[in-house]
Design a protein around this ligand. Structure first.
Ligand code: PNS
Length: 162
């Protein structure tokens, strides 16, 4: 059984994430999408909300499950017997930090990292940009799954009326 994990903050999941998750799901028998909790960073969405939005985004992918974890990614990999991390690369600028993390994770626990270049149509996407655009009423409906768009619109409406 070939297993891999696709980790991230997913605050919230974008079509760029869905692209990487879909392609990784085609390469492995089981793929876990793991929301890594950073206790020092308050996100826009709670971890539960992020997981719900992810679950909705991957309903068509039967070999994908969604989980969350607080701690080192390699500890999650070890305890779930997952030997591979899959990460998306949007641009060369992503590579430097991703390479450092991949080397560190291999040193810590012999976990390998597989890099998937994102589709060019989603190469400009990041959760932070999407949040910024949505906060000021911009249209992000083509950039995120429908459930995420609905939730972002609801937030912007609530903030606008308070
Ligand atoms: O979506 P992001 O914020 O780019 O994801 C980064 C993430 C969560 C995958 C990374 O920060 C991570 O692996 N965090 C878990 C803590 C950890 O293992 N840190 C050491 C990395 S070498």
């Amino acid at each position: 059984m070939r297993r891999a994990v696709c980790p991230g903050s997913f605050d919230p999941v974008t079509n760029g994430h869905v692209d990487v998750i879909t392609r990784a799901a085609g390469l492995y028998d089981e793929l876990v999408v793991a929301v890594l909790v950073n206790p020092g960073k308050a996100g826009l969405f709670s971890v539960e909300e992020r997981m719900d939005l992810l679950r909705e985004a991957v309903t068509d992918l039967p070999n994908v499950t969604v989980d969350s974890f607080q701690g080192l990614l390699v500890d999650y990999c070890r305890s779930h017997e997952i030997p591979v991390i899959v990460k998306g690369l949007r641009a060369v600028s992503d590579f430097e930090y991703e390479l450092q993390m991949a080397q560190m994770n291999r040193e810590l626990a012999a976990v390998e990292t597989l890099f998937v270049p994102t589709a060019p149509q989603v190469g400009h996407l990041s959760s932070s940009l999407v949040k910024q655009v949505a906060k000021f009423g911009g249209d992000v409906s083509r950039l995120v799954p429908k459930a995420v768009d609905d939730r972002l619109r609801e937030r912007a409406r609530r903030e606008g009326s308070s």
